[in-house]
Write a protein that binds this ligand. Sequence first.
Ligand code: FMN
Length: 209
Amino acid sequence: MVEASGATRPKRWVVGITGASGAIYGIRLIEELLQANYLVHVVVTEAGWRVLKEELGWDTSRRQAALEHRFGEAVTAGRLVFHPNADIGASIASGSFQVEGMAIVPCSMGSLASMARGISDDLLTRAADVMLKEGRKLIIVPRETPLHAIHLENMLTLARLGVRIIPAMPAFYYKPQSMDEMINFLVGKVLDSMSIEHQLFRRWGDDLT
Ligand SMILES: Cc1cc2nc3c(=O)[nH]c(=O)nc-3n(C[C@H](O)[C@H](O)[C@H](O)COP(=O)(O)O)c2cc1C
């Protein structure tokens, strides 16, 4: 994208992290986007912070500091922009702010329900609603089990609006040897949906001519 000054700036993706299990997927996705030179806008729900603490042992008492601890220079250099979820006036709440799209990784059943019904009462669900109204890419990684009919209906509603739904379901055909390989597979599937090249997993048929 060319700015008024003539300089080009990196393209932007929004990453949302909600209070579903699998916070590591969202964190790894942010790392991959930064490595691919995207500017990443991040919003985490209250429950998302709770899961970061429970699952990854993050000290979430100082949130900006927690992100700096994990992503270092990317935060201080402004390549990762953190938005409080209560800040409904943030850049990403407006359709006039240009982004490639948004990925919500992982996505709780609560946030899923809000999105399916157009309830935009926090920044995360507002930013997702903006993606829908502007016809931009919206990718979600829902995580819950078992699923009841309301969960499934909400996913169907979003799928019909063009939302890419990538459930947090591991595959075994590529014979993962570690948790990292299983995480990379899911993150790689999200990057595929973003049309971003990666080497996170071995593709079926790649070893065949
Ligand atoms: C450790 C932990 C794990 C959770 N895992 C899930 C989950 O996998 N899926 C889900 O829908 N909710 C899960 N929840 C419950 C949600 O966090 C809760 O419904 C919350 O209100 C969702 O809010 P949010 O959509 O604003 O993040 C979990 C909660 C905790 C504390």
